[in-house]
Design a protein around this ligand. Structure first.
Ligand SMILES: Cc1cc2nc3c(=O)[nH]c(=O)nc-3n(C[C@H](O)[C@H](O)[C@H](O)COP(=O)(O)OP(=O)(O)OC[C@H]3O[C@@H](n4cnc5c(N)ncnc54)[C@H](O)[C@@H]3O)c2cc1C
Length: 506
């Protein structure tokens, strides 16, 4: 079995997951990564002598990783210590109001009742039930399955179960669905914000995305040592199964022969043969020709107008006082519609941006003022790969965010920090234009437009946030699983590989 060679381009979550499973099947697996370390967007940076998470901070769907590590011959617990968050996030508004969410529907309903009245509590219960229902319908038929088209999704859900199919609400926007559950604009904002988890606007995304609130309700976890430990654990497990990693190596061309990918060329001019290649960068890189002319046909690039959100982030050490920060905090701007208009319609930074603050040194207890703590601050931003945002635009957005947090009670003074603007993200992740989540989910077809694990080019498989089932750490891992399943099954059909059992089926 071992003589079949798989090359994985990219050690992001999707590439790491594919490498873990491919190596565990006895395939000779080599991972090429242009950066110096694994993780891709799941990265940490060093500021003022401290390492701080600078990418994803909210870890959900832990069971996706439990299954993955088990199937790769390891176990999640042997590598990572995790603790379930009691407070999912603390939400704050400039009128001084605050609301914490937990994983308990009844506790949330009670908190919402005290926050906004009994009718809103009833609205929340109905909203939570609807989100749970959608997740139940799509978990096995969409998220953890190969990419369906609308017809095959209907078949998987059950053609004759029209109620279940319509309940996923693909033709209504998330915002209008929220209007049916909540009269209080603060609650519409709070639950609308979940659309940004896949880089989209709640005003354009389908109501199906209500399921994201349910995913979060089912569990958010703190990973001891920071999120990056997850990438390290994935690399270690893949290595133990026999995968090899080469960092600082960029793939610049896919070698195609007789209409099939047969190898990879690196920037250093090396040519490496492969029976199958997994590409974990943004699929736009293929259509844009970054992997050579013959690979252009493998996947279409995302048109700039369909790109998802980027971000403006500040990562550093700060003095904080006046607000009981927990791990995850959100400070809401006063005009949510204007914020998304600015970002998606005018390609500008919001005038008063809703601001997310991850206080890495804290968990559920909102502690007192601190003289120096590690913070990750993020506001939504347009995918500005063309670098049209000026330093003045960025400065005025940061000032507006600081003022908003102050209006919500938090005085925050960044002492030592590193800024990452959309153009910086565009440089870090080729062909994204700075968009962090592949294409936006702005209509019901968006989920079906994402490519599946098998590209249009035989021998080339796709994994990552721009591929089915979409962005987010667990989703990228699921895409890596699909890529591994597809290539294992294709190589097995050439009779030289007998796949071992794996959950999700081979
Ligand atoms: C600021 C930020 C906050 C986020 N917050 C959350 C969150 O809280 N929770 C959550 O679940 N998700 C979050 N996400 C999204 C999540 O991080 C991503 O969806 C996920 O990590 C993407 O994984 P991926 O498999 O697409 O790989 P990527 O992370 O995109 O990595 C791809 C890798 O491929 C490498 N590569 C590309 N081209 C080549 C080449 N030609 N040769 C060699 N190597 C190449 C790149 O260097 C990179 O390392 C966030 C993302 C960002 C940026």
């Amino acid at each position: 079995m071992g003589e079949r060679r798989v090359i994985v381009i990219g050690a992001g979550v999707g590439g790491l997951a594919a490498a873990m499973l491919s190596a565990a099947q006895g395939l000779d697996t080599l991972v090429l990564e242009r950066a110096a370390e694994p993780g891709g967007k799941l990265r940490e940076i060093e500021v003022g002598g401290q390492t701080i998470d600078a990418g994803p901070t909210v870890f959900t769907l832990r069971d996706v990783f439990e299954d993955l590590f088990t199937d790769a011959g390891g176990s999640l617990d042997e590598h990572l210590k995790m603790k379930r968050a009691a407070v999912l996030a603390r939400h704050a508004w400039a009128d001084g109001s605050r609301l914490d969410l937990s994983g308990d529907v009844e506790a949330n309903a009670q908190a919402i009742g005290e926050f906004a009245g009994a009718a809103e509590a009833r609205g929340y219960r109905a909203f939570a039930a609807r989100g749970a229902d959608i997740l139940k319908t799509l978990d096995r038929t969409f998220m953890r399955a190969s990419r369906p088209d609308p017809l095959s999704l209907a078949a998987r859900v059950g053609f004759f179960d029209a109620r279940r199919l319509m309940a996923i609400s693909p033709f209504e926007t998330l915002w209008s669905a929220l209007g049916a559950h909540f009269r209080d604009p603060r609650l519409r904002q709070l639950f609308g914000r979940y659309a940004t988890y896949c880089g989209s606007s709640p005003f354009q995304a389908p109501a199906t995305l209500m399921l994201i609130a349910e995913v979060e309700r089912q569990g958010v976890w703190y990973i001891e040592g920071g999120m990056r430990r997850l990438a390290d654990a994935m690399q270690a497990t893949a290595q133990r199964a026999g995968a090899r990693f080469r960092f600082g190596v960029e793939a610049t061309r896919l070698v195609v022969s007789a209409g099939r990918v047969v190898g990879v060329e690196t920037r250093g001019g090396e040519r490496l043969a492969a029976d199958a290649v997994v590409f974990n960068g943004d699929v736009s890189a293929l259509g844009d020709g970054l992997l050579g002319e013959s690979a252009r046909s493998a996947a279409a690039p995302t048109p700039p107008k369909r790109r998802s959100l980027s971000a403006l982030t500040l990562v550093g050490v700060a003095r904080t006082e006046g607000f009981p920060l927990v791990r995850h905090n959100v400070f809401f701007g006063r005009d949510y519609a204007e914020e998304f208009d600015a970002v998606f319609k005018r390609d500008r930074l919001p005038a008063e941006p809703t601001t997310y603050v991850c206080a890495s040194d804290r968990e559920d207890e909102g502690g007192a003022a601190r003289d120096a703590e590690r913070l990750f601050v993020l506001v939504n931003a347009p995918a500005d790969g063309a670098n049209t945002l000026t330093p003045e635009d960025i400065q005025s957005c940061e000032t507006a965010a600081t003022k908003l947090m102050q209006a919500c009670g938090l005085t925050l003074e960044m002492k030592d920090f590193q800024r990452t603007a959309p153009a910086d993200f565009a440089n870090l992740f080729p062909a994204t234009g700075g968009a962090l989540y592949g294409p936006a989910s702005h209509d019901w077809q968006a989920s079906f437009r994402r490519p599946g694990a098998r590209s249009a080019l035989p021998g080339l498989y796709l994994a990552g946030g721009s591929v089915h089932p979409g962005p987010g750490v667990p989703m990228a891992a699921l895409s890596g699983r699909q890529a591994a399943l597809a290539l294992i099954s294709d190589l097995a059909s050439t009779r030289r590989l007998v796949p071992a059992a794996m959950s999700g089926g081979t």
